[in-house]
Design a protein around this ligand. Structure first.
Ligand code: NAP
Length: 307
């Protein structure tokens, strides 16, 4: 690495599955930067040491993923967003201080804004499945858009109650058996659990709802979850987990490199193709990769279906 070359990494345990290098190295090439984005597998007992030595290790910043998001918050100066969510996924230096934020909030909102414009216009009530780290970001995001009633449904009621305690009266804790009943009046349904993900139990839910309901799934593997398929079959508008993943990456890149990158169809196709392969790859030149071309064709076919 040359003296001026910038390096950023994603820190997790495990980390091989992370698509962040694919996304950020695509933007690095696109913007012709002398930079590199790597994976760092760091076990929990070494995380603090790693972060305290981040600069010495040659990194100007980092993304942080499972299981380190809470520790990253504690080891940095968080912004309001990271503090509210209780987890940090992006680290950068500001005047020598290690700062942190949580870009899942922005990713969730930007994805909905891009794929289902107007989703929050007059939105009075939303249903959020789950009360873990991702759900906390989703609920915070909905609070910032002033959604009046946010129904949180979770297997462990105490975790949902903790969200209510944190975010106040807008949050209402309800049971799984109330989901279908609530759908009649809700404008948005979000799956913020791993249910429906590769290797996880399916999400068993009855989408009996008006055609105005927007359905968002934060699971992105598989890309087209059963929930999203069913929603589309019923003519509902949908937002998928890959869109959120791509949009959440924008802010970190901007903080590290001073350029705000774009979520393009080509980038999306690159990551879709990689998800299809189910292995980490050395990034090809996107537009020339046959797998990318195939994924773009699949995507445009899907987009032609009535939504
Ligand atoms: P987490 O903190 O472990 O929370 C998981 C949540 O799902 C909890 O509410 C948990 O309920 C619930 N859950 C898990 N297994 C369940 C089951 N078998 N039945 C019912 N509920 C179950 O995880 P997280 O960080 O929130 O992540 C959740 C999902 O979001 C993951 O699939 C992750 O990959 C995805 N994610 C996607 C993005 C994106 O950019 N698209 C960003 C962040 C996360 P209990 O409280 O009862 O355990």
């Amino acid at each position: 690495m040359s003296g001026t070359r910038k390096a950023v990494c994603v820190i997790g345990w495990p980390i091989a599955h992370s698509r962040s290098p694919l996304i950020h190295n695509y933007w690095i090439r696109q913007h012709n930067l002398d930079a590199e984005y790597r994976r760092e597998a760091v076990p929990p007992d070494q995380f603090e040491d790693f972060v305290r030595n981040l600069l010495a290790l040659g990194y100007i910043g980092a993304n942080v993923t499972v299981p380190h998001k809470g520790a990253a918050l504690a080891l940095s100066a968080p912004d309001d967003r990271a503090r509210a969510v209780g987890a940090a996924n992006t680290l950068w230096y500001e005047n020598g201080t290690l700062r942190s934020t949580n870009t899942d909030v922005e990713g969730f909102l930007a994805n909905l804004d891009a794929t289902t414009p107007g989703w929050d216009r007059g939105l009075e009530s939303a249903i959020v499945l789950g009360a873990g780290g991702a759900a906390r970001g989703v609920v915070y995001a909905l609070v910032t858009r002033e959604v009046e009633r946010i129904y949180v449904i979770n297997r462990t009621a105490e975790r949902a109650e903790a969200l209510k305690k944190q975010f106040g009266a807008r949050v209402r804790v309800v049971g799984w058996d109330e989901t279908t009943g609530l759908m009649g009046g809700a404008g948005l349904l979000v799956n913020a659990t791993p249910l429906g993900m590769q290797g996880q139990p399916p999400l068993d839910i009855n989408l009996r709802c008006p055609a105005s309901l927007v359905v968002a799934d934060i699971v992105y593997d598989p890309l087209d979850t059963r929930l999203l398929q069913t929603a589309r079959e019923r003519g509902l508008r949908t937002a998928d987990g890959l869109g959120m993943l791509l949009h959440q990456a924008v802010r970190g890149f901007e903080l590290w490199f001073g350029v705000r990158p774009e979520v393009t169809p080509e980038l999306r196709a690159l990551v879709e193709a990689d998800l299809g392969k189910r292995v980490a790859v050395v990034e090809p030149r996107a537009a020339e990769d046959p797998a990318v071309k195939k994924a773009m064709a699949r995507r445009s076919k899907r987009n032609k279906k009535p939504e």
